[in-house]
Write a protein that binds this ligand. Structure first.
Ligand code: F6P
Length: 258
C-alpha cells in the first residue's frame, strides 16, 4: 500500500543519512521508473525542501547542471510566502564548463524570477591564470557578487562523476588523464574530489571556496542515477550539514555499497 511504500522510504532516508553521516536524505517517492521521470521528481522534492528554508534577506547560491535545472522547474511560484522579497540568488562559481551545460547564471535568474527575488550574474571563463583571477576579484561588479558568495545562507548544487564532467568540459585528453589519474571520482562547484572527499584538482575560476562550503549550514545536493553512487558518497564527506536529494534506486545502491 501507499502507506508502507512511504514508510519504507522514510526508513531508507533515515538509515542512509546515518550511514553517510549527513543531516538528511530525501528520496524521490515515485519509485523506480525511467531516469527522466525520477530526475524530475527529485527536482521537485529538492524544490519543496528549499522552499521550507527560504526566508527574507537570504542569499541563495546555486550551480549549473541538469539536476539543478529540474529543481528550478519544480519550484512553484505560489510557494513564495514572504512579503518583501529581499532575497538574492547568485551563481556559486563563475564560468564552469561551456555553453552545452545548463549555466548557473541562467538558473539563478530563473529561480529569482519565481521567487520575486534579486539576482546577480557572474561572467567569467574557465582556466583563468592566477593573475587574471586576482585582477577579476577587484572588479567592482565581481567583487560585489563574491561578497555575496562568501555570505551564502543556502547552496543548491549538483554532483557529477569526475570522468563525465571532465569530458563534458572538453578538456585536453592529457588533463583528463591527469585528473582521473589522481583518483578523481566526483566533481562539484569546480572541484574534483577523490573517493575520500579530498580535492585532487580545482578549476581555475572565481566563486565559492571549499572552506566556505565546508562551513555552510544549508547545503542541498541534488543528484540521481546509480552511476553517480561513488561521486555522491565522496561529496557526502565534505560537510555534515549536507542534505542529499536522490532517487530510490540510487539510494538503495549507496546503501548497498556502504
Ligand atoms: O557544471 C555545473 C555542475 O553543477 C557541476 O559542478 C556538476 O558536476 C554538474 O553540473 C552536475 O550536472 P548534472 O546535474 O547535469 O549531472
Amino acid at each position: 500500500s501507499v502507506f508502507y511504500k512511504i514508510n519504507g522510504i522514510n526508513v531508507l532516508e533515515k538509515e542512509l543519512a546515518e550511514k553517510l553521516a549527513i543531516k538528511k536524505v530525501i528520496v524521490g517517492s515515485v519509485g523506480i521508473q525511467d531516469e527522466q521521470v525520477s530526475l524530475n521528481e527529485i527536482g521537485y522534492e529538492a524544490a519543496k525542501y528549499l522552499s521550507t528554508l527560504i526566508e527574507e534577506k537570504m542569499i541563495i547560491g546555486l550551480t549549473g547542471g541538469s539536476s539543478i535545472e529540474k529543481v528550478i522547474n519544480g519550484y512553484k511560484s505560489d510557494w513564495v510566502h514572504f512579503e518583501n522579497q529581499d532575497i538574492m540568488v547568485v551563481p556559486a562559481r563563475g564560468g564552469l564548463g561551456n555553453k552545452n551545460e545548463y549555466q548557473a547564471n541562467t538558473l539563478a535568474e530563473r529561480l529569482a524570477n519565481k521567487l520575486g527575488a534579486k539576482y546577480q550574474m557572474l561572467y567569467t571563463q574557465d582556466n583563468l591564470s592566477q593573475a587574471s583571477i586576482e585582477e577579476l576579484k577587484n572588479e567592482p561588479n565581481i567583487k560585489r557578487i563574491l561578497e555575496n558568495i562568501t555570505k551564502l545562507d543556502v547552496l543548491l548544487f549538483g554532483i557529477g562523476q569526475a570522468s563525465v564532467m571532465a569530458n563534458r568540459r572538453v578538456l585536453e585528453q592529457e588533463e583528463i588523464d591527469n585528473i582521473l589519474g589522481k583518483g578523481a571520482v566526483a566533481e562539484s562547484f569546480g572541484y574534483y574530489f577523490n573517493k575520500d572527499g579530498e580535492i585532487v584538482h580545482e578549476i581555475s575560476t572565481i566563486g565559492i571556496d571549499l572552506d566556505i562550503f565546508k562551513k555552510l549550514k544549508h547545503v542541498i545536493a541534488v543528484a540521481g542515477g546509480v552511476e553517480k553512487t561513488e561521486a555522491i558518497i565522496a561529496i557526502s564527506k565534505l560537510n555534515p550539514n549536507l542534505v542529499l536529494v536522490t532517487d530510490e534506486l540510487t539510494a538503495k545502491k549507496i546503501q548497498e555499497v556502504l
